[in-house]
Structure formats: structure tokens, C-alpha cells
Design a protein around this ligand. Structure first.
Ligand SMILES: Cc1cc2nc3c(=O)[nH]c(=O)nc-3n(C[C@H](O)[C@H](O)[C@H](O)COP(=O)(O)O)c2cc1C
Length: 152
């Protein structure tokens, strides 16, 4: 199975650490949206899309990339995020990927270091996260996806 992970991680590298753990499990390259030609994605069986959460949404660079995907895509996808607070809203990105023809097979999120105001004033929220347990969970999540065949 050929997999690719597209990740925007601009704040603390939190999401990149999660992406790397998933990439290891899937033997997948982790790339930034700007490094991928959208037309190239059709060559992959499974593509992951992830970023930190910014003002309750996925990073604009990742959203722009998804908007630019050609319609009529095939294959499987998954979505992941790191955030300061619980309650990641996956649906908008899931819907956007579905509209491009991709089958979203799973979502993953974990809490991560956050220095967005007002947390900056107290030295940040969730210091030390993602931690080893999060990375293990990310690895296991990706392994699970690798093991599950595409639905008919
Ligand atoms: C400008 C800014 C806005 C943020 N907005 C949110 C938010 O709305 N909800 C949330 O849970 N975390 C928010 N965060 C925290 C980030 O989602 C968190 O630190 C994430 O792990 C950053 O990922 P990255 O290091 O991969 O970029 C925000 C952080 C910044 C810098």
C-alpha cells in the first residue's frame, strides 16, 4: 500500500511529530502541502491530511491544498490534528475531502503544547505534549489504517 502524509505544522512542530509517527507506521513520506503536486495524489492508496488547529479550524495552507485537489479523486484518506483544547472539528475537512471523491477512513487528534494567548501569559498549555503515549497512539492508529482494506 502506497501512503503519503500531507502536514502543516507551523507553531511548535507538534503536528509534525504526530505525522512522523504515523509516517513510520505507514512507511509514508511526510510532506508540506506546497511540496506536492495535487495531480500526484491519485498515485497513492491512502493520504493523511493534518495540521494544528488555528482559531478552531485546520491551518489555511492545508485547507487551500484540499480545495485545490482535482474532483473525481479515488482512494482513502485520514485526517489528524493537534490542538490546545479538546473538541477538534473534523467535519469541514472531512466533507471537503469527500467532495473531492476521497473516502475518509479515520480521524485522530491529541492535545499539544499551545502558546496562543492567553496561555502564553502562563508559559503555555499542555507542556511536553504530544508525549510518548500520543506518539504511540498515532503509530497504532496508522497501523490500523494500513491493515484495513478499502471499502467497496
Ligand atoms: C494563532 C493560534 C491560534 C490557535 N487556535 C486554537 C484553537 O482555536 N483551538 C485550539 O484548540 N488550539 C488552538 N491553538 C493551539 C494549536 O492548535 C496547537 O498549539 C497546535 O498543536 C499547533 O500545532 P503545530 O505546532 O503543529 O503548528 C492555536 C495556536 C495559535 C498559535
Amino acid at each position: 500500500m502506497k501512503a503519503l502524509i500531507v502536514c502543516t505544522s507551523v507553531s511548535h512542530g507538534n503536528t509534525r511529530r504526530i505525522a512522523d509517527a504515523m509516517g513510520q507506521a505507514l512507511r509514508a513520506e511526510v510532506v508540506e502541502p506546497e511540496q506536492v503536486d495535487v495531480e500526484r495524489l491519485s498515485g497513492f492508496d491512502l493520504v493523511g491530511f493534518g495540521s494544528g488547529v488555528y482559531l478552531r479550524r485546520f491551518h489555511p495552507r492545508l485547507r487551500r491544498f484540499v480545495r485545490a485537489l482535482p474532483a473525481g479523486g479515488r482512494g482513502r484518506a485520514f485526517v489528524f490534528a493537534t490542538s490546545g483544547l479538546p473538541g477538534v472539528r473534523f467535519q469541514p475537512l472531512e466533507r471537503a475531502l469527500g467532495q473531492k471523491g476521497l473516502q475518509v477512513d479515520g480521524t485522530f487528534s491529541c492535545r499539544a503544547f499551545d502558546t496562543f494567548l492567553p496561555f502564553r501569559l502562563v508559559g503555555g498549555l499542555n507542556k511536553g505534549l504530544p508525549g510518548p503515549a500520543d506518539l504511540e497512539r498515532a503509530h497504532a492508529f496508522a497501523e490500523g489504517l494500513a491493515g484495513s482494506p478499502a471499502k467497496a
